[in-house]
Ligand binder design. Structure first.
Ligand code: AP5
Length: 204
């Protein structure tokens, strides 16, 4: 699942994982969990995330590929936020070859910058369930509103920085998958259900 910050990668990846009973592997979530647990690798990743910078490739790939290698042999997965540049693409495919697994679909979620900012600033996370909400577009149930948190990297300045890396590092890697004929570009505008339906059209 590829897309700029706030395009709905996590929201749609969670839905796909639930529907197909496959593993949802979110690089950002892995790093946030490791940082929350106080691990040295997590703390190192957090220093970059807070500034809206990409975590160095070796650290990012090491953590995500370890998670991938922990899957059972026939288990499917949806990758959200990884790979993010060509160097990570090569690391991923070396690991997949060794595991005899393949990438079948690449979804690129497209969202104009003004919508990115609206979605990011209103996002709230439930630390207990991992569910993603939005104060306006996907309001949380009243009974859990006290425990919701806002990500430390969800400020406007940090998002602009993340967008910059998306354009220079991530978009160029899409041609690698385009050559394999598995890229589906999807508008991320509209409700989560509408975006979900666009994804389903390619999967069913
Ligand atoms: P990561 O967590 O991956 O952040 P991101 O790519 O910036 O994407 P977001 O999580 O912000 O957004 P999303 O597309 O998942 O949208 P969501 O579904 O939440 O990475 C964080 C940081 O970790 C990076 O900046 C970097 O430092 C580091 N990192 C991660 N991976 C890395 C890698 N591979 N290499 C190096 N560094 C890495 O939705 C957003 C909001 O919109 C929510 O509130 C949601 O409820 C709402 N929403 C969703 N869909 C809709 C809709 N259709 N309509 C209205 N609202 C919607």
């Amino acid at each position: 699942m590829i897309g700029p910050p706030g395009s709905g990668k996590g929201t749609q990846a969670q839905r796909l994982a639930n529907r197909f009973r496959i593993e949802h592997i979110s690089s950002g979530e892995l790093f946030r969990q490791a940082a929350g647990q106080g691990s040295a690798l997590g703390k190192a990743a957090e220093r970059y995330m807070k500034k809206g910078l990409l975590v160095p490739d070796k650290l990012a790939a090491g953590m995500v590929l370890e998670r991938l290698q922990g899957l059972a042999s026939k288990e499917g997965f949806v990758l959200d936020g990884f790979p993010r540049n060509l160097s990570q693409v090569h690391a991923l495919h070396a690991a997949l070859d060794a595991l005899d697994k393949q990438i079948q679909h690449v979804f690129v979620l497209e969202l104009p910058e003004k919508d990115v900012l609206l979605r990011i600033t209103g996002r709230r996370l439930d630390p207990e369930t991992g569910n993603i909400y939005h104060l306006k577009f996907n309001p949380p149930p009243a009974e859990i509103s006290d425990r919701l948190i806002q990500r430390t990297d969800d400020s406007e300045a940090t998002v602009r920085r993340r967008l910059q890396d998306y354009h220079t590092e991530t978009l160029p890697m899409i041609s690698f998958y385009a050559k394999m004929g598995i890229v589906h570009c999807i508008s991320a505008l509209g409700s989560p259900d509408e975006v979900d339906n666009r994804l389903r059209a390619y999967l069913e």
